[in-house]
Structures are given as C-alpha cells and as structure tokens.
Write a protein that binds this ligand. Structure first.
Ligand code: NAD
Length: 500
C-alpha cells in the first residue's frame, strides 16, 4: 500500500471529505438522544472538522440493548464459524477498498502522517482482521480422560456483550485489535472510541454491516470517557470491558467492574520502555536510527515508545551526537497530508500542553536538553512538538519515571549489564524493552531479566500477528494480537455427562 496521491491531491480530497457524525447503533447512524455534540478538531491546523454526536449513558443503554438482542437471538454467535469468517474477510476487503477515505479521516483527525496510514496502520488493520477471521474454526475444545462411566467435554463459548474502550494514538488499529477477536469469537460489541480521534470507528462499523455483518452486533457510541466510557464500564449487561489507554483510567475500570457486575476487565495500559545499547553493537549507526524510530514514530504517541535510552558509557557521547544529527534528518515535523512528512502534530493542543509541561519539568529538575522542544516555521495553530532529547537525567526524575506520550526521550549511561537491567526494571511499567548486542548469550540473559511483556533484540517494534502484545506490572493484564487473544473473548465450559 502507498499514499499514492500528491500533497495537493490529498489536500483537495480533504476539502471535500464527507464525515459521518452520528453514533452507530443497530446498523444505522443516529444522533445522541440529548442531541448534544462535541467538536472534532484537526490538530495540524486547529480547524473544526466535524461536530460529533456526544453519546451519554442513555445512548450506551440503547447500544447495549441492541447488542443484547443480537446476542440473545444468536444472529451472529449461532452462525457457522466459516460464515462468520466470510463476513470478516469481506469486511477486510471493504476496509482495503476504502483505504484512501479511512487514511484521510485518521490523518485529519489525529495528525498522523498520511504515509504512516499506508505503511503501518492500514496494513496492520487488514492483517488483524484477516488473521482472526482465519482463526475462527481453529479453536478446539477437549474430551478429557475420565472414568468410563462419564464423558467430559471442555468447550469454548462466546461471552455475550463486550464493551471496547480505545485510545487515540492508532484509532483504527487499537480498535481492530479488540474488534477482530471479539467478533471472530461470536460476541457482540459496543465500541467507545477516544473522543480526540473518533472519525474512523463508525465507518468501520458501517463497513462491517456492508460486509454482511448483522445489524446490532457492532455498535459505536462516541463521547467522553467520563460519560459514555464510564456508563459502558458500569453497565450490568456488559460481560467484559476490553481497554487500551492510560494506566489511571485502567485502574478506574477495575473499580467500575467491582461496583457493577464483576465483569472481566482486560487492560492494555501505559509504558516507559527502555532501549539498552551494549558496547558490542553489530552496527552502531543502524542501531541509533532504530532507536530514533523507537521514540519518534507516531510523534512518540506510542504505548511502547522506547523513551528511556540506556547506553553503555563507552558509547554514550557518540550515541548522543549521532541521535541529534539523525533525528533532525529522519523526523522533521510537517503537514501530515504531505506524503513526505514523517512526523505530524500531537493529537491535540491539550496533549501538546501536557508534553510541554513535562519538558519544562525535566528542565526544572536539572536535565539537559540537547534537541529543541519547539520547531520553527510550523503552523502556529498546529499541536506540534519537535523531537526532544534529554541528557544528564537521574533515575528519580519525572522524565525517566512517567509516561510522556510525545516525541521526548532521555539518555542515561551505564557501566555494567547488571546496572542496565536494574535501571530498565526500575519502573512501574513493563510493556516493552529492547536490547542491542552482538552476543547471543548476553541477549538471552538480558531478555530473561527484563520485566516486560515484549522484548526486542537488535530491533524495536518488530513483530507480526503471532506476537502477543501486552504488558507486565502496571502496563496491563492482558494481551492483544495472537490467537490467545481470541480465547480471551471466550469462556470455558465443562460438561460432565453421567453415562452410568
Ligand atoms: P485515556 O486513558 O485517557 O483514554 C482511553 C479511552 O478511555 C478513551 O476512549 C477515553 O474516552 C476513555 N476513558 C477516559 N476516562 C474514562 C472513564 N472514567 N471511564 C471509562 N472510559 C474512560 O488514554 P489516551 O490518552 O486516549 O491514550 C493514551 C494512553 O493509552 C497512554 O497511556 C498509552 O500508553 C496507552 N496505550 C496503551 C497501549 C497498549 O497496548 N498497552 C496501546 C496504545 C495506547
């Protein structure tokens, strides 16, 4: 896939884009019952893109009731697995056929470079849907060895109604990491997308219906987290909440489950991933380039962003010099509609202010800034933050301990492997980590010692659908991708039959 159009051609398409603003319930776009809306802003320009229906508790009730009816009459769950697979495969084909529209919506909404949509987000969305469509009939139960007077079967059944609450950094992809296994397993779903970037999610639901998915199986309620999201998480007819977002909200969701029906809660939350560079790198220049990508891709708005660079003291100064030189070449913030742009604005002015505040705090705490925080010559109305790097940081500084969710990294020198591991693991998070070394034994030893759900060796961010993705510690309690994630939307039934 490529962003085949030119910059002016994308701008022209953006100007005449048709944006669906409703909630999506029972196969149709509908206004919120209150008729209230919220503004959807283009973070590259500050322009108003759309006034989106603002769903609240009553709309969540309506969406859950629609799912519950679909669940009870079995219009999806009781279809043959191959029939469900065919719908999901057709859905993927329709998403692919609408890739220009979806890419444009997400780029305008979130500020993501249009090239990233074609190089990363859309291919990953398609792979995810197709992978789980192909998994549907590979799920098997068991007949266990028991006394001959009994027959014991173990089967897997869908849960019922699942609520999915998703973030804004990869709006479609994070939603599809949930939606594809939820739907493949035979559940019905209410999706509550992030209010900062909601435009593509209702289109995904419409395309599911166009692909033959029954109305009511996949509903979308846009709105605020503390309104629609909270109502979904507290709902008595929702059997599971699956969430990607901040650790703070993840903790609230655990509480909401306890206050309501003890629904299952699957959490993919924050991170502060270390990238460790040992003195025996294979290829120093290539490693620094990948380190830069590990923090600056998606303007650093990545849960597993490699924001803590731990570099052996013998390489430290060379590493910093090379990082500064190459970061400016590889990641120049620009108009996300220009296919040459590698870094767009942050998702919103609010997020820009958050990141700027964290940069100011790092300076107050004594860190040294070696890459500028503000890029010159960018649209002043855009939520831009340029690549930023800090040296002379201490382990207890906020810039080392707290998630920034912007294009900001820190570098720390270490002397021994044990020190590198201790620094890397000294975090409440444990989503991902990388080790760069030419020695296989070092790689194995360090990989085992790192407290992270994903460890990369001599790469960062690599993987495919066979990789379970999720964190240790406060980075979450579940995994997306891989076939185990399909199992997590099923429940296990033991049936013991007395044959005597
Ligand atoms: P966020 O937690 O603010 O919001 C995520 C979602 O939760 C949004 O849809 C929001 O409306 C909703 N929400 C907010 N308050 C709520 C409440 N009280 N009840 C119910 N729902 C509520 O996160 P964000 O700022 O959108 O996304 C950034 C965060 O997501 C970062 O912390 C990042 O690390 C994390 N993230 C994690 C992964 C992963 O796989 N681990 C992937 C992407 C992003």
């Amino acid at each position: 896939m490529t962003a085949a159009l030119t910059h002016p051609a994308w701008q022209a398409r953006a100007a005449r884009l048709d944006i669906a603003t409703g909630l999506f319930i029972e196969g149709q776009y509908v206004a919120a019952l209150s008729n209230e809306t919220f503004d959807c802003i283009n973070p590259a320009t500050g322009a108003l893109l759309a006034r989106m229906a603002r769903g609240q508790a009553a709309d969540v009730d309506r969406a859950v009731a629609s799912c519950l009816a679909a669940w009870r009459d079995g219009r999806w769950a009781k279809q043959a697995p191959r029939t469900r697979a065919a719908v999901l495969l057709k859905w993927a084909d329709l998403v692919e056929a609408h890739s220009e529209e979806l890419a444009l919506l997400e780029t305008l909404d979130m500020g993501k470079p249009i090239s990233d949509m074609f190089n990363i987000d859309l291919p990953e969305v398609l792979k995810t849907i197709r992978y789980f469509a192909e998994c549907i009939d590979k799920i098997e139960g068991a007949v266990t060895h028991t006394d001959p007077s009994a027959l014991h079967t173990i089967t897997h059944e869908p849960l019922g109604v699942v609520g999915a609450i998703t973030p804004w950094n990869y709006p479609m992809l994070m939603a599809v990491w949930k939606l594809a296994p939820i739907l493949a397993a035979g559940n019905c779903v209410v999706l509550k997308p992030a209010e900062q970037a909601p435009l593509t999610c209702t289109r995904l639901a419409q395309l599911f219906v166009d692909a033959g998915g029954p109305a009511g199986v996949f509903n979308v309620v846009n709105g605020m987290g503390a309104e629609a999201g909270k109502a979904l998480a507290l709902h008595m007819d929702v059997d599971k909440i699956t969430f990607t977002g901040s650790t703070a909200v993840g903790k609230l969701l655990l509480g909401y489950a306890g206050q309501s029906n003890m629904k299952r809660v699957a959490l993919e939350t924050g991170g502060k991933s270390p990238q460790i560079f040992m003195p025996d790198l294979y290829d120093f220049d290539a490693a620094v380039d990948r380190a830069i990508g590990g923090i600056l891709d998606n303007a650093g708005q990545v849960c597993n962003a490699g924001s803590r660079l731990l570099v052996h003291r013998s390489l430290h100064d060379r590493f910093v010099a090379r990082f500064v030189e190459r970061a400016a070449t590889l990641y120049q913030p620009g108009d996300p509609l220009d296919p040459a742009t590698t870094m767009g604005p942050l998702v919103s002015q609010a997020q820009r202010a958050n990141v700027q505040a964290r940069i100011s705090r790092a300076l107050e705490q004594g860190a040294t800034q070696v890459l500028p925080a503000l890029a010159a010559g960018l649209n002043a109305a855009g939520a831009y933050v340029a690549p930023t790097l800090f040296t002379h940081v201490r382990q207890d500084m906020a810039i080392v301990q707290e998630e920034t969710f912007g294009p900001v990294a820190s570098v720390q020198a270490f002397d021994t492997e044990a020190e590198a591991i201790a620094l890397a693991n000294d975090s409440v998070y444990g989503l991902a980590a990388s080790v760069w070394t030419a020695d296989l034994k070092t790689a194995h030893r360090m990989g085992a010692a790192l407290q992270a759900g994903v460890v990369w060796v001599n790469c960062f961010g690599d993987g495919d659908m066979t990789q379970p993705f999720g964190g240790y510690k406060q980075s979450g309690n579940s995994r997306d991708k891989y076939k185990d994630s399909l199992l997590s939307y099923l429940q296990t039934k033991s049936t013991w039959i007395n044959l005597a």
